[in-house]
Design a protein around this ligand. Structure first.
Ligand SMILES: [Zn+2]
Length: 422
């Protein structure tokens, strides 16, 4: 049977792979449609090629954008390695499931365990960096120290691989302590900063069962994204097989992310795919382009009006009692209370930008077909010429008022010399 032949070919290929990587102890699992030796493997569903300069900051734990994944697609990431034996165990588990991940390597670890970094590359994974020494106050360090930490981490990882081009322009800051200096420097070097979409808290003193349950519940809550794990932790090694099995059972797919190169063009994507929840404003603009510029400048909220603030008295305004200097408690038992539950009193409304209520005079005038004319006082018609034969003031000869607008203050329209004369 052809299927048997393919199967035996795959086994021979796997055996060959084992022989090839015997010196490194890795069961080689090259990117093929089938996973040698594991017909039920989770596998890697696709490779996503990204241009780091187009979307320099990703991961909804800290940023608006994240990787352009489809529903039920997950990207696995591992920080802080390489460190034997746990990093090797993680690599073996991933290889047995034919899953490709991204590793954020610490420069000092690469310097100490260069063979570990080479094993990551031999497994076909993407290699990013995670600073030189993993300082946990990254956002408080001097700009020089920040640059040095980033540069040295890349340098030692590249040295371990013997090939600077094998290091992806992907960086994750230790402890997710992001800051502007770091972000600006990464942008200047064309490096993408990877936050994450969900952690599994595997750096905390929790059980591997808790790592598993937190990983799965958080993935389920968002539906897609970047999972943050640490390949140097025994609890992560213990939890990883169950995490992968559950992802497979629940229909999740693993995506491998690599950087674009001159020979490897980026995967075409739409801007809105880089949002976990595309902003509602851009959706509205896309379908209704004539909506004027309507931006919420603040995400803060104002409390909605509550009935208890109302001064309704049986449907009538209470007569002011001028004999009192302090206000009386408001009546709360209006007929409307029975029909409304408490939640209705707790509405929160977004704060609109102040400028949406005021249209600039000039653009308002243009939209009404009136050309705004700025004219020095000396050239203006004499006051007598403004009067019409019937004795009234002809409005069209005076400054026009756009309905709903405020007149422009006169001094602003005058030449400086005229202002001084006044
Ligand atoms: Zn770390």
């Amino acid at each position: 049977m052809s299927g048997d032949r393919i199967g035996s070919r795959a086994l021979r290929a796997a055996a060959l792979g084992l022989g090839l990587w015997a010196t490194t102890g890795i069961a080689a699992a090259h990117a093929t449609t089938a996973c040698p030796g594991n017909p039920n493997a989770l596998g890697t569903s696709r490779t996503l090629v990204v241009d780091p300069t187009e979307h320099p900051r990703i991961g909804t734990m800290q940023y608006r954008e994240t990787l352009p994944l489809k529903d039920h697609e997950v990207v696995l990431t591992f920080d802080d390695g390489p460190l034997p034996p746990h990093s090797n165990q993680v690599l073996q588990i991933l290889a047995s499931e034919c899953v490709k991940a991204t590793f954020f390597i610490i420069g000092r670890m690469a310097h100490q365990f260069p063979e570990g970094v080479r094993r990551v590359r031999a497994g076909g994974h993407t290699i990013g960096t995670h600073s030189e020494d993993h300082p946990l106050h990254f956002n408080k360090m001097s700009p020089e120290r920040i640059r040095q930490q980033i540069d040295d981490g890349i340098k030692h990882t590249a040295e371990a691989l013997g090939d600077p081009s094998a290091v992806a322009p992907f960086f994750r800051v230790p402890g997710l302590r992001r800051g502007e200096v770091m972000e600006d420097y990464l942008v200047s070097k064309g490096i993408q900063h990877w936050s994450a979409d969900f952690p599994a808290d595997d750096w905390l003193h929790i059980s591997s069962d808790q790592v598993y349950s937190r990983a799965i519940s958080r993935i389920e809550a968002k539906g897609r994204g970047i999972l943050l794990l640490h390949d140097i932790q025994a609890r992560t090694v213990a939890a990883l097989p169950r995490i992968l099995q559950t992802l497979k059972a629940r229909g999740y797919r693993i995506v491998h992310v690599v950087p674009a190169t001159p020979d490897r063009p980026k995967t075409p994507t739409e801007p809105r795919e880089w949002y976990l929840h595309p902003p509602a404003a851009s959706v509205a603009m896309a379908h209704w382009p004539r909506v004027p510029q309507f931006l919420f400048v603040s995400t803060g909220t104002l409390p909605g009006p509550a009935l208890s603030d109302s001064d309704l008295h049986g449907g009538k305004l209470p007569a002011p009692d001028r004999s009192r200097t302090t206000s009386e408690p408001l009546q709360t038992a209006t007929p409307f209370h029975a029909a409304l539950n408490a939640d209705n009193n707790q509405l929160a409304l977004p704060v609109p930008a102040e400028n949406i209520f005021a249209r600039p005079e000039k653009s308002a005038a243009l939209s009404y077909g009136v050309s705004p004319v700025v004219m020095p006082v000396s050239q203006r018609p004499a006051a007598s010429r403004l009067r019409d034969p019937h004795g009234g003031v002809r409005a069209e000869n005076g400054p026009r008022l756009i309905p709903g607008s405020q007149p422009i203050a006169q001094p602003n329209l005058l030449a400086p010399s005229t202002v001084i004369q006044r």
